[in-house]
Design a protein around this ligand. Structure first.
Ligand code: GLV
Length: 323
């Protein structure tokens, strides 16, 4: 006999203690791999009978998928960003969309600061130098980098993560500027950050952190012109989304030493290959999208995604609803 319980599809293997919470309430199926996304064709097949979907940033939730999903009532994305989801299309079809903010804020801010320190103090280069047995002697300017303390940090996007990065920067005695679509007067007061228009922020900052969501307005927000406004000693950090920065323009700026270095956790198309031109530059530290990747935080995100899905499908208000 066909079960009357709702059906859930989960697009990646998650720890048992997470999936078992969903299995108590729903019939669940999942793509039983951790390292590779579910093939599109399979997802389009599975979504036909699903009432709820637990998705990852690697899944494209677009009108084609939504059209193939007559029963779908909720999509719970295990991420704070939801640029992989066509939210307006979901809204049109009364499909609830949820995300997982807050639980990853501090962890992602930590990684942003780690990239800032690692690029300015040339940690990757220094470690490789030693492992290659190239170290002959302490010498006056061996692998000399840039100071971070008491420098100026420019934050593009003063959301939750931007604010958490600002709090950390004050610990280094930095001056913190921000650019945001809407001015944030309350945070200017409570945190002591100063607003600048984008050009002024780029001209004044020693470090620029990109922490804005990817939208039609922020696509290639940092391109050739913006990079040319940065100091030659400036470092660009992107822990938001790759397409906010024009990668071709960034490559040129780094190659020509128009800016000093970049720390990148995100790319235009992920996964980037080791052969990607940016990955090869000595003044780039490239990471495989690990901003929120601690065991505690990924567990918290998975559990929050489950909470959201259960609440949405049982007629209650999810904890974090995008639409
Ligand atoms: C990861 O990139 C996220 O949006 O949570």
């Amino acid at each position: 006999m066909e079960s009357t319980r709702g059906k859930i599809y989960i697009t990646r293997r998650l720890p048992k203690e997470v999936t078992s919470r969903l299995q108590e309430v729903f019939d669940c199926k999942w793509w039983d791999h951790e390292d590779v996304p579910v093939p599109r064709e399979l997802l389009l097949q599975e979504i036909k009978t699903a009432d709820g979907l637990l998705s990852m940033v690697t899944d494209r939730i677009d009108s084609e998928l939504l059209d193939a999903a007559p029963r779908l009532r909720a999509v719970s994305n295990m991420a704070v960003g939801y640029d992989n989801i066509q939210v307006e299309e979901a809204k049109k079809r009364n499909v609830i969309v949820c995300n997982t903010p807050d639980v990853l804020t501090e962890t992602t801010a930590d990684l942003t600061v780690a990239l800032l320190l690692a690029t300015s103090r040339r940690l990757e280069e220094s470690a490789i130098f030693l492992k290659n047995d190239e170290w002959k002697s302490w010498s006056p300017f061996l692998l000399a980098g840039l100071d971070v303390h008491h420098k100026t940090l420019g934050i593009i996007g003063l959301g939750r993560i931007g604010q958490a990065v600002a709090r950390r920067a004050f610990g280094f005695g930095m001056k913190v500027l921000y650019y945001n679509r809407h001015r944030r007067m309350a945070e200017e007061q409570s945190l002591g950050v100063e607003y600048r228009d984008l050009e002024s922020l780029l001209r004044e900052s020693d470090f620029v952190c990109v922490l804005t969501p990817l939208t039609a307005d922020t696509y290639h927000l940092i391109s050739e012109r913006e990079l040319s406004q940065m100091k030659p000693t400036a470092v660009l950090i992107n822990t938001a989304r790759g397409p906010v920065v024009d990668e071709v323009a960034l490559y040129t700026a780094l190659k020509n030493n128009q800016i000093w270095a970049a720390g990148l956790d995100v790319f235009d198309r992920e996964p980037v290959r080791a052969s990607h031109p940016l990955v090869h530059l000595p003044n780039v530290l490239a990471l495989p999208h690990i901003g929120s990747a601690t065991v505690d935080t990924r567990m918290a995100m998975a559990n929050l995604a489950v909470d959201n899905l259960i609440l949405a499908l049982t007629g209650k208000e999810p904890k974090y609803r995008v639409c």
